[in-house]
Ligand binder design. Structure first.
Ligand SMILES: Nc1ncnc2c1ncn2[C@@H]1O[C@H](COP(=O)(O)OP(=O)(O)OP(=O)(O)O)[C@@H](O)[C@H]1O
Length: 241
């Protein structure tokens, strides 16, 4: 397995303010799903924006599939194979499902049919405007649009935002199929901790912009009290293996 996304000593924040992410080191392998967890305001979205070049880093480095990517250069990140699904899903709400999918750049082989095989529910909604879809269908479409770009790295911010847990439970296994089929490295920010741990290979908890806990997701799922402590910022910054 090779490392597809590597963040080294990353510090990030907003102009004029103090860093909101500090000393962050993350490596995500081909086909790996890493859950990035942490309380509100911990810096998870800031980290995704920085990794995807939408926000310049304050220091540290970003590598995508071995290629160093200049901080703050979203085009370079996309060229290197990184695709972000933002928490607002960024759909063209006046266009149909089909148009949303076809408008997404297609570089090597992901076809609309392949996307529909991951999300068969979109077949029946193919000619419907994205703005008329349910929240779950919109999330399927947002992920589908990302897949049309053949991502090497897929960053997903708050997949479950506004969705009932039962819908989230249906969506998460698709990410495992995508990681297995395509080898994409997936970095998932998710508030449903146990659902995320159930899916992910590895999990990292951040609090106050710094890593406070890291381990195999299956191990952390058996230690909910450690997760709880980490959310409160009181866990020692030790790896759990
Ligand atoms: N555009 C911005 N300008 C200045 N500060 C910001 C901006 N966006 C976020 N922040 C601050 O950065 C910190 C981290 O926010 P961030 O959204 O990255 O956290 P998060 O872990 O994703 O939280 P949530 O789960 O609530 O989305 C917070 O203190 C927040 O107020």
């Amino acid at each position: 397995m090779s490392t597809i996304l590597e963040l080294k000593d990353l510090a990030a924040g907003y102009s004029g303010g103090r860093p909101v992410v500090r000393d962050l080191n993350l490596a995500v392998e081909q086909g790996e799903i890493l859950a990035l967890l942490g309380p509100n305001g911990a810096g998870k979205t800031t980290m995704l924006l920085t990794a995807s070049g939408l926000l310049p880093s304050l220091s540290g480095s970003i590598e995508i599939d071995g290629t160093p990517v200049k901080s703050g250069n979203a085009r370079a990140a996309v060229r290197a194979g990184l695709v972000l699904v933002p928490d607002d899903r960024a759909l063209f709400t006046t266009l149909t499902v089909e148009e949303n999918l076809r408008l997404s750049r297609q570089r090597k082989g992901t076809t609309v049919d392949k996307v529909l095989s991951y999300f068969p529910a979109l077949k029946e909604r193919f000619k419907v405007g994205a703005g008329q879809l349910s929240g779950g269908e919109q999330q399927m479409l947002a992920i589908g649009r990302a897949l049309m770009q053949d991502p090497k790295v897929l960053l997903i911010d708050e997949l479950s935002m506004g969705l009932a847990p039962v819908i989230v439970e249906g969506l998460l296994p698709v990410l495992r199929r995508v990681a297995d089929d395509t080898g994409a490295a997936i970095l998932l920010v998710e508030q449903h901790v146990m659902l995320a741990l159930d899916l992910a290979d590895t999990a990292v908890v951040v609090a106050h912009g710094q890593e406070v806990l890291r381990g195999a997701a299956s191990d952390l799922a058996r230690s909910p009290q450690r997760i709880e402590q980490a959310y409160l910022g009181s866990a020692p910054p030790l790896a759990v293996s």
